[in-house]
Design a protein around this ligand. Structure first.
Ligand code: 1HN
Length: 261
């Protein structure tokens, strides 16, 4: 009777839920699952025949964790999807409070523009789009381009902090030469007047450079027994993660190696 009475007043007893709120160990609805690129690719090619990148705004198939279906989440805190931009297509300019990262899965030469600078994307590149940065994509090559998107959508939703707007244009004005951010920040150098930021000023961490570092380590250093040779993508301004809400790293595992749990 007490519970019924207080329920009408929007109150509920802690002692009935405490054990579910504060658990002795993390409890996750996530389940381990592997998506195969050949299956994703086939579905994306089909999607390519059904809707254009422009019509879709972003032509993406969301990877939904089997334990979290219907929530657009790959883990409790992350969204992921695979995006296809066909030759001649554009994904129009917009911005939002969610941050995005991209790992290129197939293709070479399509571009992303971020905050007035274009970066040409190649297989294996790691590309970031910080929160509230204008961004658009285009593919002027003659081959389809696929990449994996990761966004901090669940974190931003948790804080009720989603804002977005469109530029009303396919492409934003380009105000900086391609490669400028890499020239400024990619060689352990930075402009004299660079302001500190918790988000990396680098748009693209090219795979050829990351691979070169990993190969040098493989030749000269023992692998970590669990992680192999692993390097984090960093923000050169403060040594933190490239995007603070989603830590990222690139990892090389020796052929035949297994890692302990
Ligand atoms: C977005 O802006 C992109 O810019 C991809 O490529 C996926 C998923 C949800 C919200 C915004 C992109 C997205 C997204």
């Amino acid at each position: 009777a007490f519970y019924d009475r207080i329920d009408k007043q929007h109150m509920t007893p802690l002692w009935n839920v405490l054990g579910d709120l504060v658990t002795p160990e993390p409890r996750s609805g996530c389940q381990p699952f592997a998506w195969r690129f050949d299956e994703i690719r086939a579905a994306m090619v089909e999607a390519g025949g059904l809707i254009t990148a422009k019509e879709a705004e972003r032509r993406v198939l969301i990877l939904e964790n089997p334990g979290l279906r219907g929530q657009s989440k790959i883990t409790t805190s992350m969204y992921a999807g695979v995006q296809l931009v066909l030759p001649g297509e554009v994904a129009p300019a917009h911005r939002h409070t969610q941050s995005a990262l991209r790992f290129v899965l197939e293709g070479e030469g399509a571009h992303t523009a971020v905050n007035g600078e274009k970066t040409m994307m190649r297989y294996g590149d790691f590309v970031i789009t910080p929160h509230m940065a204008w961004h658009d994509h285009g593919n002027e090559t003659d081959a389809p381009m696929f990449w994996l998107d990761g966004l901090d959508i669940p974190v931003v939703s948790f804080l009720d902090a989603s804002f977005a707007d469109g530029l009303g244009e396919d492409a934003q004005p380009i105000t900086r030469p391609t490669g400028q951010s890499l020239a400024e920040f990619g060689n352990n150098l930075m402009p004299d007047n660079a302001e500190r930021s918790i988000v990396s000023p680098l748009l693209n961490y090219p795979y050829d450079r990351s691979r070169e570092s990993l190969e040098a380590l493989r030749r000269g250093a023992d692998p970590d027994p669990c992680h192999g040779w692993k390097l984090r993508y960093t923000n050169p301004l403060d040594g933190g993660d490239a995007i603070p809400t989603m830590g990222t790293a690139i990892q090389l595992l020796g052929a035949g190696s297994t890692t302990p749990f």
